[in-house]
Ligand binder design. Structure first.
Ligand SMILES: [Zn+2]
Length: 244
């Protein structure tokens, strides 16, 4: 199929999916079913987790990883802290749930992971590429990786290798990995999720609470070690957060 035809077909599918959302939105049952078990675990074999919190104070306004966020508040200004950053809070509906955890491995490898769970407004989840490239990060390479997970079929995860180049500064190399989870469904493909959401609405009159899982960390641009690190964490994390 030519690139133009393929593009046309994809556009048509998007239009159909959008039409389904708009046209059948009135008789939809909002299901509370979800495909993730929360909150995120802090104890995993080989990894130790700490909840990540954000201060919303306009003066302070910085990322504050804390162990006991409920009791301590922001360590800089003492005000209340949240698991959602200020920008996300402004954009997303109030009943969207957020869980963010920083996982540390004994050898110093650090991976941040988070799960965003839709509330009643099912549009809280979007394609991450849009946000990433608007924050000066360039996608150097991307692929869908199959990770072995004990006791189940391999998990497909979209992995983006990112680089931030700024004049006078050393290049920063990170990665961003993600997939989507619905009730009994998971995919690393944004378009697949949109089509599933549309078909569930149309054929079953149902709208499930989809969740979005991400992992991010630093990478060495000369190696693919970060894929091994991701696989190591995912083999422990995925069984712990699977199920409703
Ligand atoms: Zn503060």
């Amino acid at each position: 199929m030519s690139g133009f035809l393929k593009h046309g077909l994809i556009c048509l599918l998007v239009l159909c999916a959008t039409g389904l959302f708009l046209g059948f939105g009135n008789d939809i049952t909002l299901s509370d079913k979800k495909g993730v078990h929360l909150p995120m675990p802090l104890e995993l074999r080989g990894w130790k987790g700490k909840p990540i919190s954000y201060c919303h104070d306009p003066v302070c306004y910085r990322k504050v990883p804390q162990v006991d966020r409920e009791a301590e508040g922001c360590q800089y200004c003492g005000k209340e802290v949240f698991q959602v950053n200020f920008g996300e809070k402004m954009i997303l509906s109030a009943d969207t749930e957020f869980y963010k955890t920083r996982y540390d491995r004994r050898d110093g490898v650090q991976i941040e992971s988070g799960i965003t769970l839709c509330g009643k407004d099912r549009s809280s989840i979007h394609r991450p590429e849009v946000c990433i490239t608007s924050q000066d990060w360039e996608i150097m390479y991307q692929e869908t990786v199959q990770f072995d997970i004990p006791g189940r079929e391999p998990l497909s995860v979209r992995v983006l290798d990112l680089t931030n180049k700024q004049e006078g500064k050393e290049d920063q190399h990170t990665y961003y990995a993600y997939w989507f989870v619905g009730s009994g469904r998971e995919t690393a493909d944004h378009m697949q999720r949109i089509l599933w959401m549309a078909s569930d609405r149309l054929l079953k009159g149902l709208s499930h609470r989809w969740a979005y899982v991400y992992l991010q960390g630093d990478r060495d641009p000369r190696t693919r070690e970060h894929i091994e690190q991701l696989g190591d964490l995912l083999s422990e994390l995925v069984p712990a957060v699977s199920g409703s």
